[in-house]
Design a protein around this ligand. Structure first.
Ligand code: GLN
Ligand code: ZN
Length: 708
């Protein structure tokens, strides 16, 4: 995206027709050349091209192969911006292609549509063009290396592949053998260990001259390498973490590399990052607000390439002693800093182990007790939390942050916004209200800013999709909650209505998965600490008279490890962390949770094990996938609200359409557990879309109530 999201702004201005294709290409060319120069200056020897993308790398590959779905009306020839961006984002008449998450990251790619009708052709010369471009820019640096290296990214090899899949993999490379000969071919894997079968397949690949491994996340791969590595091949050792923001422990990496050198030979060992630097922040120099101590613990992409070079130099006998010494000092300051450790938190978190933290009463009895208090109609209606975030609202928050308006003025403005949202929901006749989250810019950052142990960047942006970026908080120390975070806003909102108002929190697993997490203790330890902080908040909300509390776990599924053997352990501590947050509430307090992505058939038992009273889930793109779980006989006793319309699209659904979807759900789910709600928060929509859509939703629920 560029150090200051230059690509984002160029894209959005191009889409808004405020600039032309040439302007966009110019920004892209500048970004590419500055990255190539940066790597060359850092001493990186093998500089990759074709790593830049106008939208998404997988979409680029789809375009290169001409696999354009017919609905985009492409008639062959080189694929231009029109077709490319229509596939990515849709256009006036055709929706976009499906988007989904890249492995276990928060990056989204555009899913290729491959079927028997697709005719492959060579339809985008981007890879060649960019190579030529890079060569022109870096001609002198490239001369030494020649254009003799090509990298193939094959992270799919870290998954649990079956024998026939591994065979297909080998066969594909066997087909390429003659094309690849004369070139150095690097097969790069990342994000996890390799199974020994995958490793064996890799070593036997026709045409490969080098292999790249993620030695940060794939800690067991090193044993495979030590037990067997072909003599004449290169090893690209990914020792510098490309997925996190912590400075590398150079001394420890150097000793890993030295050990590997004895296995693969001096000439054949290449120092590398563990994966591409797409998933980390760009450059630490733009961080003006972090203090020097914390800054010394960090390394963003620009610093990662310097680390790679320092390690390579040290291996070659030219160790930069001063650089290593300051790195060692930073490592030890991080280990001993009182800002990192909070003994009370450590104690409380370790006391959690050994207990399961389950609410004493079972869910159906709790729902009965809650119904006595809440007195809900059948098919109750609600929304997921946020309401549209207008420009005015963003301005108020920005000015308050910059001390341009007083706290009183800020509170007044937010209260007015909440009142508008409450009035609107009453007018629409929604049963369970929300306050609309106007005080939050982001569902994780908002909580991180109020918890101890978190730090924030100014420019630590990471691409999420297209021009959209996220700025994950950094969890550097033990997490605790100095004071209530949401009680004031939730009780203010509750005081404006007689209807139940949902308290609105982000769950521990989601806060963890959407942050840069400390690497000096296991992730579950950090998650338990966050869970304890959220538990305090839940109990304070209950004390303040909030009877319904929603704890969002939007990213629980995303954190599922790539390897099946690790699923059970993750799900156990993730679900346990969620239960810890609400184990202390009364039976009459109703706990909701919300999850994005309906594709969770494989984890349905863990979802049941979360033991929430009501779960709302994203379901816009596939009723079938979700409902098949229940058709297969999974018993679900808690309340469930599969989203009845897609909030990612500006389209306004009709009453009939929504009623039809609810009817489909009623065919497999009991009417007394079904809730009616949109499939996610409304913050990216406009009021002109939200009002009629919610109106249809409430009308559909009312219509069906008369028919049950
Ligand atoms: N409560 C949040 C909202 O409505 C949930 C967002 C999400 O699931 N991503 O914005
Ligand atoms: Zn959601």
């Amino acid at each position: 995206m560029g150090p200051k999201r230059e690509l984002k702004f160029a894209l959005e201005s191009f889409w808004d027709k405020k600039s032309n294709a040439e302007d966009l290409q110019k920004v892209a060319a500048d970004l590419k050349s500055s990255i190539w120069k940066q790597m060359a200056d850092a001493g990186i020897k093998y500089i990759p091209s074709n790593t830049f993308s106008y939208y998404d790398q997988v979409l680029d590959a789809t375009a290169m192969l001409g696999a354009v779905p017919p609905r985009y009306g492409w008639n062959g020839g080189e694929i231009g911006f029109d077709t490319y961006f229509s596939m990515a984002r849709g256009n006036a008449s055709v929706p976009a292609m499906e988007m989904t998450k890249w492995f276990d990251t928060n990056y989204h790619f555009i899913v290729p549509e491959l079927g028997p009708d697709v005719k492959f052709s060579y339809a985008s010369h981007k890879a060649v063009d960019e190579y030529t471009e890079a060569k022109a820019v870096l001609i002198s640096e490239l001369k030494a290396a020649g254009a003799s290296w090509i990298q193939f990214d094959e992270p799919t090899l870290v998954l649990d592949l079956e024998a026939h899949q591994l065979q297909a993999f080998s066969a594909a490379y066997a087909d390429l053998e003659s094309t690849l000969s004369g070139l150095n071919i690097l097969i790069e894997t990342y994000f996890a260990d390799l199974t020994s079968d995958a490793y064996k397949t890799l070593l036997e690949l026709k045409g490969a001259t080098a292999y790249g491994f993620d030695l940060v996340r794939g800690t067991r791969t090193i044993d495979l390498i030590k037990s067997n590595f072909p003599k004449e091949k290169f090893l690209f050792a990914g020792v510098v973490d490309g997925r996190n923001i912590w400075a590398n422990d150079l001394a420890s990496s150097l000793s890993t590399l030295q050990a590997l050198e004895t296995v693969v030979g001096k000439e054949n060992l290449v120092v590398s990052t563990s994966c591409s630097l797409l998933h980390t922040a760009v450059d630490l120099v733009n961080e003006t607000k972090l203090d020097d101590e914390i800054k010394s613990w960090l390394a963003f992409a620009a610093q990662n390439v310097v680390e790679v070079n320092a390690l390579a130099k040290a291996l070659a006998g030219q160790k930069d002693e001063a650089f290593f010494a300051s790195n060692a000092a930073a490592q030890s300051s991080r280990k001993s800093s009182p800002r990192v450790t909070n003994e009370a938190v450590q104690k409380a978190a370790s006391a959690l182990k050994g207990s399961v933290h389950r609410r004493a009463t079972n869910v159906s009895a709790r729902l009965d007790a809650q119904q006595k208090k809440l007195n809900l109609p059948i098919l109750p209606t609600t929304t997921i939390g946020s309401f549209p975030q207008t420009l005015e609202l963003r301005r108020v928050r920005r000015e308050f942050k910059a001390n341009k308006i007083s706290e009183d003025d800020y509170i007044k403005a937010i209260k007015e916004e909440i009142k508008k949202v409450v009035d609107l929901q009453e007018e629409l006749d929604i049963d369970f209200l929300v306050h609309g989250e106007p005080e939050r810019n982001d569902m994780v950052e908002y909580f991180g800013e109020q918890l101890s142990g978190f730090a924030f960047t100014v420019n630590g942006w990471v691409q999420s999709y297209g021009s959209r970026c996220v700025k994950p908080p950094i969890i550097y120390g033990d997490v605790s909650r100095p004071k209530p975070m949401t009680v004031f806003w939730s009780s203010t909102a509750q005081s404006m209505t007689k209807r139940p108002m949902k308290g609105m929190l982000t769950g521990p697993v989601t806060i963890l998965n959407w942050s840069f997490v400390r690497n000096d203790q296991p992730r579950f330890e950090t998650c338990y600490q966050i869970a304890l902080a959220i538990k305090d908040e839940v109990e304070d909300l209950e004390k303040a008279g909030i009877n319904v509390i929603q704890i969002d776990e939007a990213a629980l599924r995303e954190g599922l490890p790539l390897r099946k053997s690790e699923h059970a352990f993750y799900l156990k501590w993730a679900v346990h962390s969620f239960r810890i947050t609400n184990v202390g509430v009364k039976d009459t307090t109703q706990i909701h949770t919300h999850m994005c992505y309906s594709n969770f058939n494989d984890i349905i038992h863990s979802i049941i094990d979360m033991d929430a009273d009501v779960i709302t889930i994203e379901n816009s793109r596939s009723d079938e996938k979700l409902l098949s779980v229940f058709r297969e006989g999974v018993k679900y006793g808690a309340g469930i609200g599969p989203g009845v319309y897609d909030i990612h699209s500006p389209r306004i659904p009709s009453t009939e359409e929504i009623a039809d979807r609810i009817n489909k759900m009623l065919a497999v789910l009991e009417s007394n557990i079904l809730w009616v709600n949109p499939d996610c928060g409304l913050k990216t929509r406009k009021y002109a879309e939200v009002k009629p859509a919610l109106n249809s939703m409430v009308a559909a629920a009312k219509l069906l109530r008369t028919q049950l």
